[in-house]
Structure formats: C-alpha cells, structure tokens
Design a protein around this ligand. Structure first.
Ligand code: GDP
Length: 479
C-alpha cells in the first residue's frame, strides 16, 4: 500500500511535540492522530502502522549499484482462452499439462524457471488476466514481460483485448506469440492488422512490438520466442542483489496434509535459504524445505526471479502477499498475528484505492497550488453498449486538451462492467465509466470494497460534461 514513510511519521510526531526514534512504539491514539494529520483512514491503516514501517524499511534498503547483477526475466502469458497459453508454456519447459488437465483449463498459477543453455527465463502462467492484475493491485509486480498469445485462426478476441489493456496498464513490454501458425489457411496479416488497430504495431511493420509466429503443438518458433524475450531482458537490464535477505511474493498456497503449508513463492530480490525466518501476509515461520517447482527436487537456496515451493509456514498466505525475511522469529510472529487479527479484509487492506472524480479534483487543485509542472493522470476504463458509442466517446475525449491533465484510457470495450474491470481499476487507480451498461454483481462488490468509483451515463454529452467540469475544477458532488 501507499503507507507513510518512516520519515513522515517521525516528522509529524516531532511536530506534535513527541520525541521518538525509529524503534519506538506508538499507541493507538497517537496512530490515530498521525492518521488524521496525514488524512489517512485509520481503519485501513491500523495494521499497516509500525509493522508495516518495519517492512517498508526492509524494502527500502537500497542496493548499491555494484551489488546488482543480471537476473532472469519473469515472463507472464496472457491471452484468450484456448489460444494456447498452456501449450506454449508446456513446450517451453518440456512438460505436458494440457493433456492432463480437465477441460484443458488452467486451474493454478504455474511458475517455472528454465535454464535455457545458461540464459535462464522464469515463466508465470496465471489462470487469467484478472489474477495478473490482482497481484498488481496488491503491489506485487512480478512480471517483467508479458507474452500475449493470439491464435492465428481466431485473431483478437474479447479476452485478448482485455489482456492487452491489463498488460499496457502494467507498463511492461509486450511480445506477441502468434500461435497456431501451423493451422491450414491462417492469415497472419489479418491478425497483425488487428494488433495494429490495438496500438500494437509489429516491428516488421515499423512498430515496436515483436511478433513471433509459433506453434505450440509443432514446436515452431520456440527458439525465436526465447531469444526475443532474452533480448528484451538485456535491453531492460533486469537486475537484483543476491546478497541481501530475500523478498518476494506468494503466488499461491495450500494446506497439504502431512507436508503442512506449501506455498509457491517467487523470489524478487536477495537469496532465500532453508532456515530463513519469513513473514508473508498473515503467515510466518522458518523455511523448512524448498523444492524446484518444475522438477520437485529439493533446493537449499533460491536467488532472484526463482520460483519455489516452500514448506514451513504456519498458515497459507494469500496470492499476492509479499514475503520478507526477518532476523527474529518473535518479530515475525508478532507481525503475522497483527495482520491476522485484521480478519480477512486485512488481506485486501493494502490495496484499498479511493480514486474518484472528487479525489481527482482535489489532486488537481493541489497540483495547481504547487509550482511543479507535473501533469495529473486521469485513468479511465470505459465500457459501453456498442462500438459506435465507444468511438463517439473517444472522439469527445480526444478534444480535451489541458496542460495539467492527461486522460489515459486503460481499457475501452463493449459489454457490461466486469470483475476484471474493477480489478484493473483498483490496480491502476482508475475510474470506471459505464455507458448504457451496468456492473455485474461481482464487479459491484469489489468496487465497493476497494472504493473504486463507477459512474454510469446514458447520454454522451453528460459524460463529457462531467469530465470537462472535472478538469476545469467545477464538478458538483454526485448526489
Ligand atoms: P489456453 O487455454 O490458452 O491455455 O490454451 P491451451 O494451451 O489449453 O490450448 C487449447 C487447445 O489448442 C488445445 O487443444 C491445444 O492442443 C491447441 N493448441 C495449442 N497450441 C496450438 C498450436 O500451436 N497449433 C494447434 N494446431 N493447436 C494448438
């Protein structure tokens, strides 16, 4: 979450006439005062208070440039169902899950690191882009590169469009795997035209998106895909410091009879070792054993970008919960129990967003007072009843020109407002605009829970009027 920094807290406390040092405990009343001072919601921030400070401190230990070495890129597959995500991953890592899975539907988050002749790559496959974005909403940016899988026979489908929006919102490089290229009569040009229409212009057409023609079933294009990923990794110089204590993210976890809690983790920085003391969401413990996620072989340590199955936690952490290594088991226990006390809502607390037209207006007004020439981004997700409506809205939006406001449409698509939209909005601080459409039940409840604003319109001029009023700082509060 976007908690306070230690420095902020100290400054405020000193401003209140309290002399404190970093290790001092503060009571709840003080915390409340602090929260008021910083305009924070104390309910949400209580569990994030000092424990969170400790974690923030760990995370903010800066790695000196000379400690950094290249780490494998973490690659996530996204795409429409049945376009071949699972098959591609299977082929790349040399297993066959597709055959084994009921209905061919990917049920779990899979994560594997392959050696690739000394140029390792880590793959993460989530059941859908929602899971991808949900992790991001929790502050767990595990992905470096997104591979958008598009079947050459189907082309861009609704879920492909959503996947594009989610990948773009995550601001990671996108590589397209134009899959099923082996099928008779497929037209790659048609799909490339579609991609271009979605602002993914193929490099062979002068754009900046690499398109790799693949066949997961025939093993075509695999080398090229790997090479493309490694080239992007090289350009971006993904690096980490293997000599610090580990931090990373839980991808999924479960209670497994005699093995106890098994958590699939990915190490993002540092090196995780058997024997380390860990806190992860509401869970804590000492790492009893770790296994390679692909071979199941026991491993004693795992460096940056390495996924592991880990045993030793007392309770299963949630997907997207971050883990940290601490020195002291009692400290770990304390933090974990403080979090657990916050109930199930707590696991979501860090990601409660409060982006609304009102708060945006405040931001804008705040910005105007300052001297900075920074622009304020207004992120929108637009859902409408028809293509024509979307086009009309786009056209109207493009007319707005304000030096301090940048309107960014993260997603525009036809259809009702879905859970994926609410997740994306929550992860990206966006407001959802519905034109002649309504949110479904799941979308509505997630939006409520996380304070995502959904505004509905039935005439275009009202929508554009609101945005104009917003930008000009004279938006009336909604009744
Ligand atoms: P996912 O839902 O995106 O994970 O798709 P799957 O990997 O489960 O693939 C869906 C179906 O398409 C399966 O029956 C695969 O065998 C088939 N498939 C996947 N890749 C290819 C390909 O490159 N060529 C052909 N002909 N079929 C493929």
């Amino acid at each position: 979450g976007s908690g306070l920094s230690v420095a902020d807290v100290m400054r405020t406390l000193m401003g209140m006439g309290m002399m404190v040092n970093i290790n001092a405990d503060i009571d709840f009343e003080t915390a409340e005062l602090l929260a008021t001072e910083h305009d924070l919601d104390i309910e949400l921030k209580a569990a994030e208070s000092l424990e969170q400070e400790l974690i923030t401190e760990i995370e903010e230990i800066e790695d000196k440039p000379e400690t950094l070495i290249a780490r494998p890129p973490v690659v996530t597959f996204l795409g429409h169902v049945d376009h071949g995500k699972t098959s591609l991953l299977d082929h790349l890592v040399g297993i066959n899950v597709v055959k084994g899975e009921a209905g061919g539907i990917t049920q779990h988050i899979r994560a594997y690191k392959i050696d690739n002749n000394g140029h390792p790559v880590t793959f993460v496959d989530t059941p859908g882009h929602e899971a991808f974005t949900e992790m991001r909403a929790r502050g767990a940016n595990v992905t470096d590169i997104a591979v958008l899988v598009v079947a050459a026979d189907d082309g861009i489908m609704p879920q492909t469009e959503e996947a594009i929006s989610h990948a773009k919102a995550a601001e990671v490089p996108i590589v397209v795997a134009l899959n099923k290229i082996d099928l008779e009569g497929v037209d790659a040009n048609r799909v490339m035209t579609q991609l271009t229409e979605h602002q993914l212009t193929p490099s062979e057409w002068g754009g900046d998106v690499e398109i790799v023609r693949t066949s997961a079933t025939q093993g075509i294009g695999m080398e090229e895909l790997l090479e493309t990923l490694l080239t992007i990794a090289e350009l971006n110089e993904y690096s980490a410091n293997p000599d610090r204590s580990a931090l990373g993210v839980c991808l999924e976890s479960e209670q497994q009879g005699d093995r106890g809690v098994v958590a699939k983790m990915i190490v993002q920085n540092g090196t995780l070792r058997v024997g380390d003391i860990l806190v992860c969401g509401p869970a804590h413990g000492r790492v009893r054993a770790m296994q390679d996620t692909l071979t199941g072989k026991p491993i004693l340590e795992a460096g940056p970008s390495t996924p592991v199955s880990l045993m030793g936690l007392d309770t299963p952490p949630g997907a997207g919960d971050r883990f940290h290594v601490l020195k002291d088991i009692s400290q770990a226990r304390e933090i974990a129990s403080a979090r657990e006390g916050e109930s199930s809502r707590q696991s979501l607390s860090g990601i409660t967003t409060k982006v609304s037209f009102d708060s945006f207006q405040e931001m804008l007004e705040g910005g105007k007072l300052g001297t900075s020439a920074d622009t304020v981004k207004l992120n929108l997700i637009i859902r409408a009843d028809a293509r024509g409506s979307l086009e009309a809205i786009d056209k109207e939006l493009s007319k707005f020109d304000h030096p301090e406001v940048q309107i960014r449409v993260l997603q525009r698509s036809v259809g009702g407002i879905t859970l994926a939209d609410a997740t994306l909005a929550s992860a990206s601080d966006a407001v959802i605009l519905g034109f002649n459409v309504i949110p479904d039940e799941k979308a509505r409840s997630l939006a409520d829970e996380r304070g995502v604003e959904i505004r509905r319109y039935d005439v275009i001029y009202k929508l554009t009027d609101d945005i104009r009023a917003l930008i000009e700082g004279r938006l009336k509060p909604e009744e």
